[in-house]
Design a protein around this ligand. Sequence first.
Ligand SMILES: Cc1cc2nc3c(=O)[nH]c(=O)nc-3n(C[C@H](O)[C@H](O)[C@H](O)COP(=O)(O)OP(=O)(O)OC[C@H]3O[C@@H](n4cnc5c(N)ncnc54)[C@H](O)[C@@H]3O)c2cc1C
Length: 405
Amino acid sequence: MNPRILVVGGGPGGASAAYWMARSGLDVHLVEKKTYPREKACGDGLTPRAIKQLLDMGFDFDGLDLHRVDGLRAYAGGLKIEMPWPDHSMYPNWGATMRRADLDGTVASLAEAQGAHVEQGTTATPIVDNGSIAAVTLTNSDGERTVTPDFVVIADGSNSRFGRDAGASRRKDFPFGLAIRAYYESPNSHDPFIESQLDIRDRNGDAMPGYGWVFPLGDGEINVGAGLVSTFKGWKDVNTYRILEAYIDSLPEHWKVLDVTPHTKPLGGKLPMSLSVGPKIGRNWVLVGDASGAVNPFNGEGIDYAYETGRLAATHIAEAAAGDHLALAGYARDLEDIYGDYHRVARVFVKAIGNPVIMRTLTTVGLRSRPLMEWTLKVMANLLDPDEAGMTEHVYNAIERVVNV
Ligand SMILES: Cc1cc2nc3c(=O)[nH]c(=O)nc-3n(C[C@H](O)[C@H](O)[C@H](O)COP(=O)(O)OP(=O)(O)OC[C@H]3O[C@@H](n4cnc5c(N)ncnc54)[C@H](O)[C@@H]3O)c2cc1C
């Protein structure tokens, strides 16, 4: 059978695109090269923005291994602050953690329930002709076949081999992130706060631009990890595994991690951020999620942005499938309109914190002021209310002033 729309990759971006396209009545075929439940290097953290996307897709929050989270506890320079998720006119005031091994298959099955055909254990490879995807080869244990969809949603994640073959590339002058996580046993895994350490250090004791996290899973285990952005001198030589080891050794007492041997091998990955991959569209394809570089540079969050870009792409593909030849260009334009300013601010911010002095000053000064930290949490998790939208400009100016000082 020849699907009208092919979705490549069954992570958050692909599953959301498939869900929304199938829901609008389109003939959608999603291929995922692995088989659910599949492991994914991730902190397993869901912010209120991600919860909203899941609610909109009819995700059943009861009866699943999902741990509700009330807010964030932040540490730096021996200081600590606990902040609830803010109230917002569009987003819930709670977040969650859920293992990606469970989450992604569940969301793909929501797309299936809307009528999308989900095929696991199948790898897609494009056949590109003159900038458009002329056909796609699908390979699995039964062999190889070729399909010729009208449109392709490229949602194959951070390395996006499919996207590169189609002609997309990452801007090297934009930052990207590196992160690693591992699971540990903790009697405090029901803690209702996720936690971040804002002053992680390298082996020389210098502050690094990034943070360490403990995301409790509510099932006897915690997800512990560390993430960095590429804006500091020497990031090319950084060994994230060593940074994770050092962070584990300095975890706050209350996690009571007695055995520092992780349950599974630590897993790391890249975080393509700030919409750094482009072009976002071709004649008959679009990029979503990590394949488009959609990760938020402020906090390394990518699940929500994969859901959001997948959903946005679905709207435009539905219009294109109905004959609107300009609809895909509209997707690229909407990405810029919705996220462009925010990412510009975020790029300045991550450039600034690449300087260890600025990083140390921001964290230690910030943690002394609850209003400042609550405002920072809103900005970093992209939870400013629409009536605070002008804030972006203030944030930009404030960050610029700090950089100049
Ligand atoms: C260590 C680490 C911690 C993180 N922690 C968080 C966090 O706590 N919260 C958060 O919001 N974000 C976090 N992120 C980012 C988040 O994991 C990603 O942004 C998110 O997974 C992006 O979703 P995606 O659908 O674009 O890509 P992915 O989730 O990577 O999904 C892509 C899918 O495509 C499949 N695929 C690849 N190639 C093909 C092919 N040719 N054919 C068929 N299928 C293919 C892959 O198997 C995969 O299932 C973290 C990232 C890392 C590395």
